[in-house]
Design a protein around this ligand. Structure first.
Ligand code: HEC
Length: 495
């Protein structure tokens, strides 16, 4: 669960259409809603069947979206807005001892470009979620100082976890200290461009070959974006899944990445306001989210009878004046096992919350958290911890979670040295490092908060909030210290 925030009467509620692709069919829609185009490609059959006729009548009740009701978030790209080249941004020059970079002629083509191509172009291309492309020297040039600065601060690439003393992560995007040092040396030596012939690509994160999704969930109608606002819209899929679905991968593809700040998908509760209560949050989209792909043989269950709700958080406040806003028709995409097929292992998520948060005004580096035994619901025979999704709001500074196993050993689950509210990512481990937990254990999380004026989020008026006494809660102005721990366990018949 991420931020839920508006009163239900302020929500936009759409009728959802579940585009259902089956065997090269077009799309089956449960009732007279809008039909999604299937794109004509052959699709594998899917397991879930949605009962026809259970979709609510198309009553797109448009809510007032007064900004006062909307929780706010730092503006997308606020600090990333191209404000001149910022070539003169001062950066501490960190040169790692023994690094190849020391004193040598670091150049863009030889040293920087391979890293930028492997780690930045996933977002910094025309039309990507990054605020400007970085795919050619003349695109990089105006931002070179800013690039070095963002890399040195480890704001970019967005990947908050430091796995150096923690469990090894799959898809780790963090640059090594040596790579960061190269950016610093490059700046120190005057941003040399170098010779294009020196460029050698380095491997980038392999995209898993998972084919096309077999279930796509979209609103019945494209959503017309409200100008100059930051607001939430709730897409509620009232259609019930009539057969259980086993999800092997999922993602959310924003149609307009520029305006979709985040989206939260939950299952079970049946409404956005149930986020974090009865519903199970199964996926969160943030700029930079990637397709969440479970290992072969693993899948997450969506039970028959479940209701899916998607909460979109839009921000159009930074659209250029006079711009005609596009509509948004973002898609939540699921890859599922064929009907009737069960995976070898089931994936489940356990939320581990600290509910007793009390952060006085001006508190600095205040530690909150707590520990909890892992319930037997998760520690079934063969169970392993496969990852974690940490969550805090604006005042969060650091996040650390460990598990103490029954043999007394302690394993680090996640270590986030500098929390950033804008990047709520899912961290899955390298499968060779999954943590066996069948004998049970105790998880402990430590969340550090600061509540000074300079640590506040940005309000709808673009100004920082005034510090206030802060307790636990889902509103952005309240705080959370939450770790969703991902488990998997062999199905071996019973569920
Ligand atoms: C997963 C997507 C993603 C990746 C990968 C990524 N960026 Fe970004 N970048 C963004 C987004 C989105 C913003 C604007 C939002 C923000 O400022 O937080 C941004 C902002 C920036 C900015 C503006 C300053 C700032 O800190 O906001 C710079 C410079 C930058 N990125 C450089 C890079 C470099 C260099 C890399 C690779 C080493 C990289 N980015 C990788 C998405 C990405």
């Amino acid at each position: 669960m991420r931020r839920r925030t508006r009163q239900s009467n302020e929500r936009l509620s759409w009728v959802a259409v579940v585009g259902l692709f089956a065997c090269g069919d077009a799309v089956v829609t449960p009732s007279a809603g809008g039909v999604q185009s299937a794109g004509g490609a052959e699709k594998p059959p899917i397991a879930g069947v949605f009962a026809a006729g259970t979709v609510a009548a198309p009553t797109p009740t448009v809510a007032s979206t007064s900004q006062s009701g909307a929780a706010s978030v730092p503006p997308l790209a606020a600090s990333g807005v191209p404000v001149g080249g910022a070539a003169g941004v001062a950066g501490t020059v960190v040169v790692a001892a023994g690094s190849a970079a020391v004193g040598s002629g670091v150049t863009y083509h030889k040293d920087l470009r391979p890293i930028i191509e492997a780690r930045c172009l996933g977002c910094h291309v025309e039309g990507g979620s990054g605020p400007f492309p970085l795919d050619q020297w003349d695109k990089v040039e105006p931002y070179k100082g800013l690039v070095v600065h963002a890399v040195e601060l480890r704001r970019m690439p967005p990947w908050l976890a430091d796995a150096s003393d923690c469990t090894k992560l799959r898809d780790d995007q963090r640059l090594s200290d040596e790579q960061v040092a190269l950016f610093s040396s490059w700046q120190a030596s005057g941003f040399a461009v170098g010779d294009e012939a020196d460029f050698k690509s380095i491997p980038s994160r392999a995209r898993p070959a998972i084919g096309e999704p077999n279930l796509i969930i979209k609103a019945a109608q494209p959503h017309k974006l409200n100008p100059g606002q930051e607001y939430y819209a709730c897409l509620q899929v009232d259609t019930r899944v009539t057969e259980e679905l086993w999800v092997t991968a999922m993602d959310l593809v924003p149609e307009n990445a520029e305006f979709v700040h985040h989206a939260i998908v939950s299952v079970g509760g049946g409404s956005c306001s149930a986020l974090g209560t009865t519903a199970e949050n199964i996926y969160s989209y943030r700029p930079g989210s990637q397709t969440l792909v479970f290992e072969k043989g693993d899948a997450l269950r969506i039970a028959a009878g479940s209701v899916i709700a998607i909460q979109y958080h839009y921000n159009t406040k930074f659209a250029p004046r006079g711009m005609t806003l596009p509509t948004d028709h973002s898609a939540f995409r699921l890859w599922t096992l064929p009907a009737g097929q069960k995976p070898e292992r089931a994936i489940v998520r356990m939320p581990h919350h600290d509910l007793l948060i009390n952060i006085p005004v001006n508190a600095v580096d205040q530690m909150e958290g707590g520990s909890q035994a892992i319930s037997s619901e998760y520690t079934r025979p063969g169970a392993e911890i496969i990852g974690i999704s940490p969550h805090m709001h604006y005042l969060g500074q650091t996040f650390k979670e460990t598990v103490r196993k029954s043999d007394g050993s302690t394993v680090c689950l996640i270590d986030i040295p500098a929390w950033d509210q804008d990047w709520q990512l899912d961290y899955l481990y390298d499968p060779a490092h999954y943590i066996p937990i069948a004998d049970g254990g105790r998880v402990t999380q430590e969340c550090m908060f600061s509540n000074r004026a300079e640590d506040q989020g940005i309000g709808p008026d673009g100004k920082p909030f005034t510090p206030m006494y802060t307790t636990f809660g889902e509103d952005t102005r309240q705080e959370m210290c939450l770790g969703y721990i991902w488990f998997r366990y062999p199905l071996s018949g019973a569920l």
